[in-house]
Design a protein around this ligand. Structure first.
Ligand code: SF4
Length: 417
């Protein structure tokens, strides 16, 4: 690394063009490696043959129709949550079923028929399988249950409050699929439980009584596992509170059960603008024609979409995969928002990467792709002290009133302060 001179001004138009061409050549070379890798990283659009084959098998197994498939209630009621059904639908080696048997009494599993269709059982490192099928690695007796001390940041029923002007209402512990890396797995329990209406009313009363709360995130579990009437009621109540400026929804259904994004739901959401919805795509294989259709419907209803990936070892801890994921998300109008560093939650330690890996990925994004495709890399502080954004080092030092800054290409420049 060196301190670079200011660009020498060119005297003629031709000289300027020549400098520009040389620079364009350098830039083109910087993306050469990604251009080669990019097409090798498939999305769910490229995998539709496998999807259709599995879908036919599942419909036959459950004696179900296309209408059933498109009905999110059917998807929830027919989640695959026992070894016999899984064996009938996916041809895994026997040891995988043995491992599930050893884990399932400790950590619940269930996979929507839709998400199951994304699995490639021939790939032992398939990112969809790793997110959905239990393994013996979950039995490791280390990690903590509640790393963000959510139980100590709940001033009213259903509420988590970690910041001055915003809070969370946890409305259900139910999800379309129980992710193996779930950071809230202690809440998943053995059965699906929706928050009691009286508890939600108490949460709304707390928000009403605290005028500094301007932003409310409804989540769980998965907020969109509530039925339409309940969602409409909560949003209506929030709209009646003058100081609530925006509502947010936390849901992974765009990834795990896009059938949930119905016309009726979109009609409800449209009434309660402004709504921001954050979802969790972790790998390009999850971006499918169905998830695009769900995103299109939400955008048409005026909902603003963001993505909160979790950095997961063996699944997406690769700069090219994260770059492709974020670029593909932008194509379906979902803005990358956060890249969460996985916490040391009990049963999920095998997914935890190093912070250095996260920083390496962030360094590879900045400058190499548009800022829109770059999420904030976040470590959640223990004890509910909130999010800490992490960045590669861009300020190198300060000398004689001048900052030495590093550019995305590792040029060191002087900047007057
Ligand atoms: S959808 Fe979210 S809350 Fe539900 S299991 Fe997955 S990560 Fe956990």
């Amino acid at each position: 690394m060196s301190i670079h001179d200011k660009t020498v001004p060119a005297s003629t138009k031709e000289e300027k063009r020549e400098i520009s061409l040389q620079r364009a050549f350098v830039l083109k070379n910087k993306i050469k490696n990604y251009m080669q890798q990019k097409n090798l990283i498939l999305t769910g659009f490229d995998l539709s043959e496998n999807f259709q084959t599995k879908k036919s098998l599942i419909l036959k197994y459950f004696k179900a129709s296309e209408n059933d498939w498109q009905d999110w209630h059917w998807q929830v009621a027919h989640r695959i949550d026992n070894i016999n059904a899984l064996k009938a639908l996916i041809n895994f080696p026997q040891e995988i079923y043995d491992e599930i048997k050893r884990i399932e009494n400790t950590f619940r599993w269930a996979i929507s028929p839709y998400y199951l269709c994304l699995i490639d059982e021939h790939n032992p490192l398939d990112p969809i399988k790793m997110q959905s099928i239990p393994t013996i690695l979950e039995a490791a007796h280390s990690g903590i249950k509640d790393p963000m001390a959510e139980e100590y940041t709940s001033p009213a029923p259903c509420i988590t409050r970690r910041y001055p002007d915003r809070l969370i209402i946890n409305v259900t512990n139910q999800c379309a699929m129980y992710c193996r890396h779930c950071q809230r797995r202690r809440n998943i329990g053995e059965t699906d439980n929706q928050a009691a209406t009286d508890d939600i009313k108490a949460a709304l009363d707390y928000i009403r009584a605290n005028p500094e709360i301007r932003d409310v995130l409804i989540t769980g579990g998965d907020a969109l596992l509530l039925n339409d009437n309940m969602i409409d009621w909560i949003l209506t109540e929030l709209d009646s509170i003058p100081h609530v400026e925006i509502k947010r929804l936390g849901t992974r259904t765009l990834v795990t059960m896009p059938q949930r994004i119905t016309d009726d739901l979109c009609t409800i959401l449209k009434k309660h603008t402004p709504i921001y919805l954050n979802t969790q795509f972790n790998h390009p294989h999850e971006i499918t024609p169905s998830s695009k259709k769900a995103a299109d419907k939400l955008v048409a209803a005026g909902v603003i979409l963001g993505n909160q990936s979790v950095l997961l070892k063996g699944i997406n801890d690769d700069p090219n995969i994260i770059k492709k994921l974020n670029q593909e998300l932008l194509k379906i109008r979902i803005r990358p928002y956060y890249l969460f560093h996985a916490k040391a939650v009990e049963g999920t330690l095998h997914f935890v990467t190093s912070i250095d890996k996260g920083l390496e990925i962030m360094k590879y994004l900045r400058g190499y792709t548009s800022g829109l495709a770059i999420p904030s890399y976040i470590v959640n502080a223990p004890n509910g002290y909130g999010k800490i954004p992490l960045l590669p080092q861009y300020i190198m030092n300060k000398k004689d009133g001048k900052l030495h800054l590093r550019t995305w290409e590792d040029r060191i420049i002087e900047y007057e302060t």
